[in-house]
Ligand binder design. Sequence first.
Ligand SMILES: [Zn+2]
Length: 278
Amino acid sequence: MLCDSSEKPCCTCNTCRRVLNKTHPDVSYVLPDENKKTGVTGVDSVREITKEASVFPVETRYKVFVFTNAETLTVQAQNALLKLLEDPPETARFILLCENHNTLLETVISRCVVYKTEIFDENVVYNYLRDNYKQENEKIKNAAKRSFGNIGLAISLLNKNKSKLETVCENFLFAISKRDEHEALSSLAVVEKLERADYKEFLGLVTESIRDALVLGSKTGRFTGDDELSKTFSENFSQQDLIKVIGIAENHIMSQNVNVNIAASAWALYVELKEILT
Ligand SMILES: [Zn+2]
């Protein structure tokens, strides 16, 4: 769309290279709202984009907005987006990426051109990573395995470093599942002292990790989590129990929206999870 060459996309011109490096000033990426790991892309993001889209591009013919996870758009956000898609500024283009376009409103889809992308074989992903990224073979193998044929996901898995909260979440869940009361209580002490935004993110990570274990167990869908934790959980607990755990964590996320005391919520979470996981 922005490439300067006659054979588009050439992937080598200055424009292409900066698009690939995500440094082009006319290409913006729309991510789910910050601090919400269970994250949605809300109506405020769409309003902001509506404003930005009316501004002329800096270098190229178009300003391009890429919704990296269109499935996370709320219905309200999709309705706001609909107005933009119906009557877009001449210099703006929108790309909505999603795994399953049926999760979007029909009215939105009907205003888009739908392209289906290919799912690659694990070996193809592995070879691509090996040729383009200088990382340990074991890490590359792992990322290829967990990407389910999605090269973009494989790259982000390869470059992912564990955050502090991820480590807290992992320790907490492992300790409970291994019935290590001492370790569980010391993890809990860390969780209780989290700020509200971090505690919500922690709860989001709990649901994400368990969801990964479910996915791993059922071998469908995309797998984004930590290998060992998800593997342990998918091997040791029934799908039913895992679904219960997700339900519990989601209830606690909701309780945070009405400002329930964090220490009380964390303790209740611990007791409820212990009941299912031990
Ligand atoms: Zn180019």
